[in-house]
Ligand binder design. Sequence first.
Ligand code: UDP
Length: 315
Amino acid sequence: MNILITGGAGFIGSHLCRKLLDRGNSVICADNFITGAKENIREFLDNSGFKLIEHDISTPFYIEENLDWVMHFASIASPKDYLSHPIKTLKSGLLGTHNCLGLAKAKKAKFFLASTSEIYGDPLIHPQPEEYWGNVSCTGPRSCYDESKRAAESLTCAYMRQHNLDVRVVRIFNTFGPRMRINDGRVVSNFIIQALEQEDLTVYGKGTQTRSFCYVDDLTKGIVKMMEISRELPLNLGNPCEYKVIDLAETIIKLTGSRSKIKFLPLPEDDPKRRRPDISKARKILDWQPQVSLEEGLAKTIEYFKEKLQNGEKS
Ligand code: UDP
């Protein structure tokens, strides 16, 4: 198959490129390198099945090649980044999704949208099943990400209904692993770098807010399974084990053997208090569930960041 992955040089996008190339597909990666990195795709550049196009997907996009899939993974996805680039974030969710849908329609390709657990906002229902409509502020600081992804889902469904496009929507919960950016400001990367550099770990609020962390290999396996089934909208993919942020901090201190302590900082505005996916649907339809435990995944991620720091990359 010929597959276009937007955001293919990003954290999740590059793992997906690897998985789809390994399965014998041709992959075209489109990325504007705002948060993606050449380093993430360097290993594929010599692969004859891989092509890189440097392009900002929020501007019109057309390619000559036939396509079987358009997979829209381009997005500024970390709170630190989307809070500093709210307009670019909205544009990739709104215009980028529209451009990708138009391309999929023109190529008679299937369309795959990377959506997010953020569409549930600060959820009032726990854990979050796909049927839950969410609790989202449409004007708050996180709205650039949440609302553009909600609109992206809506656009995707509109193309499905009006043009009978074959679409998939995955709602991705917190994911971690190698190729996360050293300074993307997310909790896992922040804590690991702080621990490795013997700095205090910055826990926001009291650290009682929860998240559920999925190792990236588990996630991409689920995404590939979603490509193999017939349409089922939307699907949560994530790890259902829920941790308090403070417990994550302590686990990372233990795993790195660090002398770091914990430092409490103010909780950001609209920070969701609890988040855990209900993955009953993915279990049933895809026969999928995460296999990698938090500690196992963290150990691999710690090794990755250790190497980055040894190579002189700075946080
Ligand atoms: N967080 C924290 N310290 C940090 C970074 C994040 O305590 O250095 C908290 C943040 O307030 C949130 C959780 O960790 O409650 C997850 O944050 P992240 O930015 O990774 O992603 P989110 O799930 O909020 O999109």
